[in-house]
Write a protein that binds this ligand. Sequence first.
Ligand code: ADP
Ligand code: MG
Ligand code: ZN
Length: 591
Amino acid sequence: MQTENRSQSAYSQFIDQVRASQVQQVTIKPDRIEYTLKPEFGSHQYYTKSSGQTDTLLGLLKSNGVEYTNLSNNSATAENILGLLISAGAILGTFACLLKFSKANGDIGVGMGMGKSKARVYNQGKTGITFADVAGVDEAKQELQEVVDFLSNGEKYRKIGAKIPKGILLVGPPGTGKTLLAKAVAGEAGVPFLSMSGSEFVELYVGVGASRVRDLFNQAKRQAPCIIFIDELDAIGKTRNGSVPGGGNDEREQTLNQLLTEMDGFSGNDGVIVIAATNRPEILDPALRRPGRFDRHVLVDRPDKSGRVEILQVHAQPVVLGEDVDLDAIAHQTFGFTGADLANLVNEAALMAARANRQVVLMKDFAEAIERVVAGLEKRSRVLTPIERQIVAYHEVGHALVGALMPGGSKVSKISIVPRGIGALGYTLQMPTEDRFLMLEDELRGQLTTLLGGRAAEEIIFGKVSTGASDDIQKATDLAARAVTQYGMSETLGPIAFEKNSAQFLDDSSSRRAISEEVAVEIDRQVKQSINQAHDLALAILELNRGLLESTTQILLEKEVLEGDELQTILTRVQAPESLQHRLMKGQTRT
Ligand code: ADP
Ligand code: MG
Ligand code: ZN
């Protein structure tokens, strides 16, 4: 069989080769793309997984003059969409489109040679990708499993009168598999996948983006049940009040407004579910997150070590591995890698072996490939040095050990040193502090102490504090300030709310009640005092449990993630210092 001679290549590499004019011929099949390099590049035969974006690919092949055969089932629709685009362009007096590829490593613009405007293409059709293609993100998969059920058994939910959620936001660093997951949901449910990328709108003519959004939703309603996927939502969904009059991006705002209108104009029970992806959730317009819009968030984070093993297994499947290849050892050496990095790594290793004219990929190929990929990653400064890893590990264990003794919801259920690449302020999903109106005072103090546990651990072990702890300090200060000014938890000031609860207002520039200089000073003093108390307590706990801090950190450094029974067993061994009862009691005596 012909396929035996083909090696797998990454889709991004395929695109690079097309653009570098190395490709002789391409055959697009429903589930994969087979291609052959020109003789001067060794006539090598490859295949790569289809991206599903056949229409975009056709544009790229045409503009690069590559010979191709299209056997994919959605070519007809692709032509239709192109036709539609062209007439839309004509109406506007502009006559062209620029198709864009979105992939892990950036965007490639492809001119169609008809002018200079921009447009997008969304692709349709079944993705052919399933959950089996996505590894190491089990929690996200679990949450999305439900969405698959909504789509495939919608009737069950409608009958019982349940409202199906319609907007899901995938949040995570680039390359962790957000796009892949969205496609897998469509694949699992066997429904059409309509996708567009937010960045394509930014430079459109006014009105085009909005009408395109309308068009997309109309198509989706006709094809329901189906999925609309909006990649790079932040490109259109940036918060609006940041725009200066006249200096804002009108087009983006119109597009965003249209998106909001469309989201409100249907219900999940119509069988359309909108999945969006972003790696910058903190800049999204809050309007997007309101109920009925993107009110469900799914975190797609970097994989831990066992996740990396699974991802390596997925990508190594079509590769012939030598007997010495130990995926577990490779996972161990690839701390911080995303799924895309790992896919890239496997492919690099396979290329190395092929270059050496070997039939199998050996461990040394992987070693060399790791070096290459790491070098690339270091440029983007995403890899922690060993000492940074240690600091992070002690820090996290510090939080956990302190939290173990605190009342209420401070108990830690999982510690991880896998880097979280989202925003400088470590965006943590499902952190309920904002929504918990009834936080008891001792619970609040407990949270404060837990927050300071990370910093305290660093102080004890290293004698100084890293910049990584600054986010905790910020959070702790906010929490302490809210305790005093909003919840009235202060001994000297009494139960008076000095600040309106900002959650009730859309506008965050909230309104402290007019207060005297004296009271302001007293508030600051109280905030400082509660933080100092919490800090002292955290230090006392960790000093008493220093042995446990050390040993737990070693385990964490080895495993990267600690959770479940193993973690709980450790946490039960934390001893409480004498002062603890006393201090917490003091918190409770307020009447
Ligand atoms: P994102 O959309 O989060 O930037 P993508 O879904 O585009 O990431 O991932 C790019 C490629 O990296 C995928 O096509 C796949 O080959 C690989 N990849 C990323 N994450 C995973 C994963 N969790 N499991 C398997 N492969 C993955
Ligand atoms: Mg993506
Ligand atoms: Zn911390």
